[in-house]
Design a protein around this ligand. Sequence first.
Ligand SMILES: [Zn+2]
Ligand SMILES: [Zn+2]
Length: 278
Amino acid sequence: MTATGEFWVKFWGVRGTVPCPGPATVRYGGNTACVEVMCGGQRLIFDAGTGLRALGASLAGQDGLDAHIFLTHTHIDHINGFPFFRPAYSPGNSFQLWAGHLAGSNGTLQEVLSGIMRAPLFPVPLDIMHACIAFHDFKAGEVFELASGVVLRTAPLNHPNGATGYRIDYAGKAVCYVTDTEHREGELDRTIVELIRGSQIVIYDATYTEEEYPTYRGWGHSTWNEGVRLCQAAKAGRLVAFHHDPDHDDDALDAIAAALEQASPGSVVAREGLVLYP
Ligand SMILES: [Zn+2]
Ligand SMILES: [Zn+2]
């Protein structure tokens, strides 16, 4: 059980695009996006990348689990851990899955996730998961009160096929999860500035360096430098560089961490196992 006063963030997968385990990524980790937030006695999981498998393993032996899983979107790196989330196979557990980018045009969230657990892609169908699973499609921009004092704000991001940014407010503190978004050079994204305004922790899409970015314009990702600019404009606290390019090995991420610390003291590069308190 968790105390209701707790508010923490734990990183289970910090990569974008594709898992990249191996000796060159052992310190920061090779799993794709998955972040756990605990607040007000609620377990909130952001994205279901391959990090979700290890998160599920950490919950082994607990019965009656009840958690929300919020997806930024359904590109494969953000859902490829879902079929391997073992607690979803146990009756007695209950999960609410949410997505804000589909809005009917690309099918429902339930249809998309059923689609990756279907022949010839996967051996067993989604309904072999015996937990109670509810699917919610909403429109990015909606606000939800998840429990007493736990407020979740959402906002649309600039990403191919759409994506949703999140902000969790609890006990006077706020954590933001803003990944899979592309900036426009020389122009701050006002939607993001408003979403993250005054928050303590901003997890942000730092896929590319500023040198790499021009090669990948249009792929829907950003840089840690843009994250620093957004946090400064929004008077937000520490930036957490996230959604690392699979070609950025541990040494490359060490170099980014050093540059980030200089530009914004206290800001960090996300790695698997990192726990932060807002
Ligand atoms: Zn991604
Ligand atoms: Zn994406």
